[in-house]
Design a protein around this ligand. Structure first.
Ligand code: ACO
Length: 458
């Protein structure tokens, strides 16, 4: 069965929707209401007449209309009976929040849950999850924060708590999300199947994954299936538990096999997955993918008002094998007109510390129209002659008529942070250091190469 209805349901039942505001079943229903789900919502609770102004049903079987998705928030000993009723009702997807299955030694309970689902043709997300969200349809079926900024990043996570924590973080960081999926025990729906669905989802521009481990024996299928995903969408993954002590911690967290870090690294590379070392790096890269089209080529130029950040960016470019183009004398002559005589029209193009927004915009126009350049990295160090927010506004304006990827690295204090936020909100991936800006472009170029390699191999 396609997962379309899970992400585009016409109706959702919350089974175990509690009357008590502090309970998970209540919070999920409230998030669904408050985030603005437009479909039909059915609280199910044998003890309640009404919850949050919605009529409550004693059982899912009492609901007159069809139910696409059932969010299950009753304790573990009641889940199987509820699942059975959902099957009889013709529910299509069970989203089982409840803990107390294989992660706690109750393999039998989990096996029976999947068996019931199979018997009735239902699919299961979970158990042991914090829920899922899909912003294009205003679905927030999680017990995390109510608000989720919409955008092009989809995030699959094997850690529920981390997922919830990152929901707030993405909002603060202006990272727009499409789908957010807690994977939990992956009794039925797993990373591969959900990634394959999201690869065809028009609202997802990039898939990010927090992985602790794969099921034993599933590595080969994972590589082959993820290759197909990569041909359609970039996948950025962070693998936890790569260290010796970390792998022991994974075993006691989700019960997954952490395996050797090196084996996983090789597998990701083979599949064309971008492996990030830190959460910050994963979302840095995801930001670039979500806001920009894929670069057409690798010839990159750095535009700066500070020599130092220019040098750091150059080092980072070499480290990441980003090709810094040597401008021709014709291009240099044109660029020279945008800077004082002591500036540099080489790469990095140094407009010098006295640069104002006009200098940047004129240079950008020249670079946009040059057939020697594919990508532009704009760097800025806080100076008293140029307000960072003013520069950000001019860059946002200039970008509207540009076709080349533009990435910003701004260094400075509070007003620089404001400028970065503004750019991230308006289509320019912006970072607080030159290295992070270069690293994000490098990830896009690496993906492009992965994709070309996979295409030529198939
Ligand atoms: N059908 C519908 N509702 C029912 C049924 C039934 N058959 N039986 C009971 N209910 C109602 C209850 O009456 C109650 O509503 P009320 O509060 O209005 O009386 C509601 O369902 C919830 O039942 P409780 O017994 O109160 O269960 P509680 O809310 O305490 O716990 C829960 C249920 C949240 C599913 C718990 O068992 C659990 O698994 N918690 C862990 C969840 C979790 O952490 N998941 C992983 C997330 S990932 C992470 O790391 C954060």
């Amino acid at each position: 069965m396609s997962l379309r209805r899970l992400f585009n349901p016409e109706s959702i039942a919350v089974i175990g929707a509690s009357r008590h505001p502090e309970k998970i079943g209540h919070i999920i229903l409230k998030n669904l209401v408050d985030y603005g789900f437009k479909g039909k919502l059915y609280p199910v609770n044998p003890e309640a007449g009404e919850i949050l102004g919605l009529k409550a049903y004693k059982s899912v079987l009492e609901i007159e209309d069809e139910v696409d998705v059932a969010i299950i928030t009753v304790p573990a000993d009641k889940v199987l009976q509820v699942a059975e009723e959902c099957g009889r009702k013709g529910v299509k997807f069970l989203v089982v929040i409840t803990s107390g299955f294989s992660e706690a030694g109750n393999e039998e309970g989990e096996r029976r849950l999947v068996e019931i689902a199979r018997r009735y043709g239902m699919r299961v997300l979970g158990p042991n999850i914090f829920g899922y969200a899909y912003t294009p349809n205003r679905i927030n079926a999680t017990f995390g924060p109510k608000e989720i900024a919409p955008g092009g990043i989809s995030f699959l996570t094997q850690s529920g708590a981390l997922g919830i924590a990152l929901m707030g973080w993405t909002l603060m960081e202006e990272l727009g999300m499409a789908a957010l999926v807690s994977l939990g025990n992956m009794s039925d729906l797993d990373i591969v199947e959900i990634s394959k669905y999201l690869a065809d989802d028009e609202n997802t521009k990039v898939i990010t994954i927090y992985l602790e481990g794969l099921k034993p024996g599933s590595g080969k299928v994972f590589i082959e299936e993820m290759k197909k995903v990569i041909m359609k969408k970039p996948v950025i993954l962070i693998k936890a538990g790569k260290s010796a002590r970390g792998s022991v911690a994974v075993a006691s967290h989700t019960g997954s096999l952490a395996g050797s870090g090196k084996v996983y690294e090789a597998a990701f590379k083979q599949a064309g997955i971008l492996e990030a070392e830190t959460i910050e790096e994963m979302f840095d890269w995801a930001r670039a993918f979500s806001l920009l089209d894929l670069p057409r080529g690798d010839r990159t130029i750095i535009l700066t008002n500070g020599g130092g950040v220019g040098v750091l960016a150059t080092d980072a470019a070499e480290f990441h094998s980003v090709h810094l183009v040597d401008p021709s004398s014709t291009l240099k002559e044109k660029l020279k007109k945008t800077m004082p005589w002591f500036g540099s029209a080489r790469n990095p193009v140094d407009l010098t510390g006295g640069a104002v927004a006009d200098n940047y915009v004129q240079a950008l126009e020249i670079l946009e129209n040059s057939d020697e350049v594919d990508n532009i990295i704009v760097l800025y160090c806080r100076t008293a002659v140029l307000d960072p927010v003013d520069l950000a506004k001019r860059l946002i304006e200039a970008r509207k008529t540009m076709t080349k990827p533009l990435i910003a690295g701004f260094v400075g204090g509070e007003d620089v942070a404001k400028a970065i936020k503004l750019m991230n909100k308006n289509g320019i991936p912006a970072y607080p250091s030159p290295e992070r800006a270069v690293g994000s472009l490098a990830a896009m170029l690496k993906y492009k190469k992965f994709k070309e390699r996979l295409a030529s191999a198939s």
